[in-house]
Ligand binder design. Structure first.
Ligand SMILES: Cc1cc2nc3c(=O)[nH]c(=O)nc-3n(C[C@H](O)[C@H](O)[C@H](O)COP(=O)(O)OP(=O)(O)OC[C@H]3O[C@@H](n4cnc5c(N)ncnc54)[C@H](O)[C@@H]3O)c2cc1C
Length: 412
């Protein structure tokens, strides 16, 4: 697609936020174009067939807070089956590595930690979440591991006020054909220029000048939805510079969560939708979803500094670690049965540079700063701008809709 010389509204990024904005502007009468650096839409929502019968969401997989998740209705409308099986993260565990009594004890400590953090947040003063760990509690490393999955980072980097602002209804569902596939179907008819990386937005003149890898176009308004790390390190530059936006983005870095999919030769030996984790008392460890949707596979999940170290160790390191951990938990017979199919490397992905945003201690207010429009012409969306559903796909989509309403509200 060759770029037009000008549009009313340019949307930067075709992830959930950009697609949400484009869909909301569909009948606005404005000319709209989504500029996307990748050769596909969906951004951090991406489903692949890891094998002929293994659906793998390389990015988002769960419809978090499903009873308040706008993608649930969209799935129903587009006839994507929603699987309402609740996740096995907490109560159900497979194997002897984490006996039920131990698991109950761990969950009690985890809940007590969350209660203390909530209490501390009531003061309105921000601090790092690790200060709420009970000194000497034997489960602290594992509570920190949970943070690496939930926040993409360890608790010392998490703001308690931000953690408290997140709205978790505790209901998590899945899309049988994949969350990324749903997103792709949702955005299928949006006007998108693929392989078009925006490098600079010049907002000094009457019209915005948007420089891309495919040439320059002008726009009346723009909605910027790129991940925070790309604003923070100025991979996308504004002229004149927007230091408050860069500072806000730096306070909301993307943590890291990576997934790996392993083929499982004899699936019947393991339960469908089971959870596997050891009481390893380490933060650096994976958590495993056995046979998601009953498929013949195991999905591994790694987060935080450990995920970063595994990515840095090179292609294949994540899968090798996952296989070692599963074998340690289930027995050496399993080594022959497991074969790596696919793995993510979100930190090394140039157009994501991480997985999802968290606020650093002292920076919970940055989400509102990042979301605020500038001069009625530059608008900001993306998961990091969501006040209560940040770090999620539906939070991103809803933020796109919010930015689209701001664009329409600022119409001349
Ligand atoms: C491993 C993993 C697991 C996750 N699990 C879940 C989950 O279970 N449930 C959930 O709700 N969420 C989950 N998430 C988070 C969720 O995927 C994201 O919050 C959401 O998809 C972000 O949408 P977005 O539109 O804000 O950003 P993105 O999806 O990142 O979209 C931004 C778009 O901008 C493009 N872009 C970047 N730079 C430029 C540029 N210069 N010019 C043009 N285009 C550019 C990118 O290519 C991208 O397509 C997960 C994420 C990961 C990585």
């Amino acid at each position: 697609m060759s770029l037009p010389s000008s549009v009313d509204v340019a949307i930067i990024g075709a992830g959930a936020a950009g697609l949400g904005a484009a869909r909301a502007l569909e009948h606005s009468g404005l000319s709209v174009l989504v500029l996307e650096a990748r050769d596909r839409i969906g951004g951090r929502g991406h489903t692949i067939m890891a094998a002929t019968d293994v659906v793998f969401d390389v990015g988002c997989g769960w419809l978090h807070s499903a009873d308040k998740n706008s993608f649930v209705k969209i799935a129903e409308r587009l006839e994507f089956e929603v699987d309402r099986t609740l996740p096995p993260w907490r109560e159900r565990a497979f194997g002897k590595a984490f006996p039920q009594q131990e698991r109950d004890d761990f969950i009690r400590s985890l809940e007590a930690f969350y209660d203390r953090a909530e209490q501390a947040a009531q003061s309105g003063r921000d601090s790092a979440a690790d200060l709420q760990l009970e000194p000497g509690n034997r489960w602290n490393p594992m509570i920190d591991a949970i943070s690496t999955y939930v926040n993409g980072c360890e608790l010392d980097q998490v703001s308690i006020l931000d953690m408290d602002a997140y709205e978790d209804t505790g209901i998590n569902w899945r899309v049988r054909r994949g969350y990324g596939a749903l997103m792709a179907a949702y955005g299928a008819l949006c006007p998108v220029a693929l392989n078009t990386q925006v490098t600079r937005i010049d907002h000094s003149g009457k019209l915005l000048r948007i420089e891309t890898s495919q040439g320059t176009l002008s726009a009346g308004k723009a909605i910027v939805t790129v991940p925070t790390n790309l604003i923070a390190n100025e991979a996308l530059r504004f002229v004149p510079a927007l230091p408050a936006k860069v500072a806000a983005a730096r306070g909301l870095p993307l943590g890291l969560a990576d997934k790996v999919m392993l083929a499982l030769e004899q699936p019947d030996a393991l339960p469908k939708d089971g959870n596997l984790r050891g009481a390893t008392m380490r933060t650096a460890m994976g958590t495993f979803h056995l046979r998601p949707f009953g498929q013949a596979c195991i999905e591994g999940f790694f987060g935080g500094r450990f995920a970063q170290a595994l990515e840095d160790a090179g292609e294949g390191a994540l899968a090798a670690q996952a296989i070692d951990e599963v074998v340690a938990l289930l027995g050496s017979d399993f080594r022959r049965q497991l074969k790596p199919l696919a793995a993510s490397r979100w930190a090394h992905d140039p157009f994501a540079q991480g997985s999802y945003s968290h606020a650093l201690p002292g920076h919970a207010g940055a989400r509102a700063v990042l979301a605020a429009p500038i001069d009625g012409r530059l608008f900001f969306a993306g998961e990091a701008t969501s006040p209560n559903f940040f770090s999620t796909a539906h939070g991103a989509r809803d933020s796109g809709e919010r930015a689209a309403a701001e664009v329409v509200g600022n119409r001349e």
